[in-house]
Design a binder for this molecule. Structure first.
Ligand code: NAI
Ligand code: MG
Length: 489
């Protein structure tokens, strides 16, 4: 008879969960991925490839082509050709059918896409399965619906497509960001050259396979891989009519400079340093869950992460105690395990950046608290981290860390917290926790942030516009507003 295993206790003396790994045997990855140009996978002209790895195991997953200027030119030519010869002329309701089909195919292959997203990006399978992939499909569904209704979206304004859209996306939501960019571009009659981030190209390349299978006319969507140089070549190509970028504020500024003086349209979705504000009349347990969701569940790899916590003084002790207890129960580890709350940091470079800020926070004099959790031996992982008694002048309060690091401040009055919340270079999002609707409305009018959640955090919907103030960028994605950057009137 098999020996019955004793249940394990974790470091805190709680029952530990048995591993529940998602199966990855059904995943097929090529050894090498070429560039998706003109409806075909083609070799890069210089024949250069780079490795893409899993940040949780540090193992190589595949080799991916590195596109240079010549390849970018071929992709833009293919997109221009498809725009002039096919896509621009196609009746809008026919265009909608293709977008709808892509949405359906993403749904059909959702399990495969979720697993690859977690392998290549390091995010927990729960997140890629329940958030990234369904939302990506929903974006295509939503914009399929608008394609033949643009006249109703903008009555009397005769909306016209722009031409070729160059789109550059980051590594934190690889498939979802591709959907945010491609779906509205197609619905408005534009063609696309898209570049995923160098650390997370695989789901975009799977999307290229889906697009090829969907029968979308050749060249309407081109997906090419490479580093920042490839991105810059897309931005600077003279036949690109619109640039859509999501990523760091530094690169966003560079892009804006480089297209100054051209008639290219541009949207930038850049960094953030969101204030999550908890009033003393808030439901505390719910708020703790929202705080954890806002900064730890996604490794803090979210531009709208609630990375600054403001707690009203009267409840500070209780809330911090509960937050610490909750942090101790977080499971950090294998992204493929369905129990995992906090997955791998996306790259060694990003982990180094986060660790640098943790050191900085200590040196600046804030009080550190880290989850008492076990850590994997391999891969890029970071313990959920709190900095208590942070002050407005600290760099950990002012600068985007993009990791599971939360800076905590207390406040007494509404005026004080509004001033502190607004007093940073960013303005992407914020959260407000209170029992009173009037307080919420007061706050939403005064906080300089593009998105404000009330008594919840990090909730997304394709029908709702998203975008920033100040150094968080400009232009909106999602909703009716998300059509506008792809149209001229
Ligand atoms: P990044 O801004 O360098 O990369 C984003 C995308 O831009 C990638 O596809 C990259 O290849 C491309 N790119 C890089 N240089 C370019 C250039 N000169 N012209 C055109 N495209 C270019 O971001 P990185 O280096 O991966 O991360 C650095 C920091 O940026 C993070 O620590 C985080 O603070 C922030 N970030 C913000 C994101 C957001 O969603 N707002 C997403 C990713 C990073
Ligand atoms: Mg960079």
């Amino acid at each position: 008879m098999a020996k019955k295993e004793e249940p394990k206790l974790d470091l805190m003396g709680n029952w530990a969960y048995a591993p529940a790994p998602e199966d990855s045997k059904h995943i097929h990855l090529n050894k090498k991925y070429d560039l998706f140009i003109g409806g075909k996978f083609v070799k890069p002209t210089k024949g250069k490839y780079f490795d893409t790895i899993s940040p949780s195991t540090e193992q190589k997953l595949a080799e991916v082509a590195e596109a240079d200027e010549k390849d970018v030119d071929l992709a833009v030519k293919a997109a221009r050709n498809a725009y002039d010869k096919t896509w621009k002329k196609m009746p809008a309701k026919e265009r909608a059918k293709y977008i709808f089909r892509i949405a359906r195919m993403i749904q059909e292959r959702s399990r495969e896409l979720a697993v690859i997203e977690s392998m290549n990006g390091g995010k927990p399978i729960r997140e890629s399965r329940d958030i990234d992939v369904p939302l990506a499909a929903n974006h295509f569904f939503y914009y399929a619906g608008w394609a033949d209704k643009l006249e109703y979206a903008f009555p009397g304004r005769n909306p016209q497509s722009l031409g070729v859209a160059g789109q550059i996306i980051p590594w934190n939501f690889p498939l979802l960001m591709a959907a945010w960019k491609i779906a509205p571009a197609l619905a408005t009659g534009n063609t696309v050259v898209l570049k995923p981030a160098e650390t997370t190209p695989l789901t975009a390349l799977k999307l290229a396979e889906i697009i090829q299978e969907s029968g979308l006319p050749d060249g309407v969507v081109n997906i090419i891989t490479g580093f920042g140089k490839t991105g810059a070549a897309i931005v600077n190509h003279p036949n690109v009519n619109k640039v859509a970028f999501t990523g760091s504020t530094d690169v966003g500024k560079l892009i804006q400079k480089s297209i100054a003086g051209t008639d290219k349209k541009i949207t930038l979705e850049l960094g953030g340093k969101a204030a999550n504000i908890v009033f003393d009349d808030a439901p505390i347990d719910q708020a703790v869950e929202g705080i954890v969701n806002g900064i730890f569940f996604n490794q803090g790899h979210v531009c709208c992460a609630g990375s600054r916590l403001f707690v009203q003084e009267g409840i500070a002790d209780e809330l911090i105690r509960k937050l610490k207890d909750r942090m101790d129960t977080l499971i950090v580890g294998d992204p493929m395990d369905k129990n995992t709350d906090v997955g791998a940091i996306n790259s060694k470079e990003q982990l180094d950046k986060i660790n640098h800020y943790i050191k900085l926070g200590n040196n600046e004099g804030a009080e550190i608290f880290q989850s008492n959790c076990s850590m994997p031996k391999k891969g890029y992982f970071c313990k959920p981290t709190l900095f208590l008694h942070a002050s407005q002048s600290h760099r950990i309060v002012q600068e985007e860390i993009f990791g599971p690091v939360l800076a905590v401040q207390t406040f007494r009055t509404i005026e004080e917290v509004i001033e502190k919340a607004n007093n940073i270079p960013y303005g992407l999002s914020a959260g407000v926790w209170t029992d009173k609707g009037s307080k919420i409305f007061n706050m939403t009018g005064k906080l300089r942030a593009g998105v404000i959640w009330a008594n919840t955090y990090n909730k997304f919907d394709p029908t709702s516009p998203f975008g920033g103030y100040k150094e968080s960028g400009f232009g909106r994605e999602g909703g009716l507003h998300g059509l506008m950057p792809y149209l001229k009137f």
